[in-house]
Design a protein. Structure first.
Length: 336
């Protein structure tokens, strides 16, 4: 797809609304191993109804159907779900203070491991690129790093303490074992492992460094991993840039620098942001709008398209279909 600075050739069309959850849908995740000629696209959704649903598109009818309901494992809201890079495992984080690991065994999803340790609600879960590490974060102000062991066993490798408030989201860098966390304390923290195997915070991005002035809700990276975008309760999106070559050379002390602030586009809290592989930033806010941004030669500009309902979103990593999770009990599939 090509996009001009005015976004005049950008169009979204709803192709289906999926319903089934009986409480709000909190998060969605595309299975990265699907969506090819050999495997139809698969989405996981999680909800306040304590369940996870697996949706698959039919090769024959092109319609989306619920193929599995994962239930009777979590006892409270399932807040976050994410597939491992291989698409073989699904991790789900819950307000019951646990993270469950699911495996598709012969078409039947089984909970193969339950991670315990957080004192209260687990808000987010993220796999690293090599699928060797898993991170979780919680209302208890901590970030846990888990090492993936043989036989679907998980061992806590480190408990990261540094945030002074609820940690809203964690995200691994797309190519390196560097972890990012954002919090109710208005900061973004960058974590890396030293030569002795200990994990440390190598950078804190706060208001004094052109950071956010209120809760930071979400983080996403561009395809190259040299830029990230964050969103906040302060009604802004911020774009950051790093020296990736310096990071690859082994210098984990690289600083992420403020590149651009996008303000004036949402008038309520921005809860979700995602940077597609095609270079489009999508943001979802409590003002019931999704906005799309593309980078021009001079700056990041707003696309003219606004969808008047949204909360959370995730983009298909290899295609152009967008699911939008809503605070209602359903979500819609759009195609660009």
């Amino acid at each position: 797809m090509d996009f001009d600075d005015e976004g005049s050739n950008f169009e979204l069309k709803e192709i289906q609304t999926l319903s089934g959850h009986t409480d709000r849908v909190w998060s969605l995740a595309w299975n990265p191993a699907t969506g090819t000629d050999d495997a139809q696209p698969v989405i996981a959704s999680c909800s306040g109804d304590k369940t996870v649903r697996i949706w698959e598109r039919s090769a024959l009818t092109r319609s989306w159907d619920c193929k599995a309901v994962l239930e009777e494992t979590h006892t409270r809201t399932v807040r976050s779900c994410t597939w491992s890079p291989s698409g073989k495992l699904l991790a789900t984080a819950s307000f019951d203070a646990t993270t469950a690991i699911w495996e598709n065994v012969g078409g039947d999803f089984q909970c193969v491991s339950t991670l315990e340790g957080h004192e209260n609600e687990v808000k987010s879960v993220s796999w690293n690129a090599s699928e060797s590490l898993l991170a979780t974060c919680s209302r208890d102000k901590t970030v846990w790093i888990w090492e993936v062991m043989p036989g679907n066993e998980f061992e806590c490798a480190s408990v990261l303490q540094g945030h002074t408030q609820d940690v809203k989201m964690i995200k691994w860098h797309p190519t390196m074992d560097i972890l990012f966390s954002c919090s109710y304390d208005n900061t973004i923290k960058v974590w890396a492992e030293d030569d002795t195997g200990d994990w440390h915070c190598i950078q804190t991005i706060g208001e004094s460094s052109n950071g956010h002035s209120s809760t930071v809700w979400a983080i996403s990276f561009n395809a190259g991993g040299d830029k990230m975008v964050t969103c906040s309760d302060d009604l802004t999106l911020k774009v950051w840039e790093a020296d990736i070559e310096g990071m690859r050379s082994g210098n984990n002390q690289v600083l992420w620098k403020h590149l651009s602030t996008l303000s004036g586009y949402h008038d309520r809290t921005i809860f979700s942001v995602h940077w597609s592989r095609e270079g489009i930033i999508a943001s979802g806010a409590a003002d019931d709008a999704i906005r799309f941004f593309v980078e021009s030669k001079d700056s990041v500009v707003l696309n003219s398209l606004i969808l008047n309902f949204s909360l959370l979103m995730d983009w298909k990593t290899t295609a152009v279909v967008i699911p939008v999770a809503m605070i209602l009990f359903l979500y819609c599939i759009f195609i660009v």
